[in-house]
Unconditional design. Sequence first.
Length: 107
Amino acid sequence: MRRSFDSLAKMVQEVLQQNPLAGHLFVFINKRSDCTKLLYWDTDGFAIWYKRLEKGTFTLPANVAPDHQLSPRVLSMLLEGVDFKEVQLKKRFQLKRGHDFCFILDV
């Protein structure tokens, strides 16, 4: 979790092959899953939100790959500490939107 604005933006370009200036929120989680950084472009510069858990870890859904897009609902549950092993989401119709969240593991 030592990377900052420029190196995280470079990872977005190289690993996810996404434009970090596109307005998406990119989520980075460390190996121990106890820290997360969120990087986004805020009209005139990059912004980072950082959270370190004092106890416990962030639990990811089982089907998440490192370049997976998360919905705002799933990101909220992830940050709130929901254990996805015990959660079942019912399948629903959903339109594709352009502003989902991407994340990278092992920063």
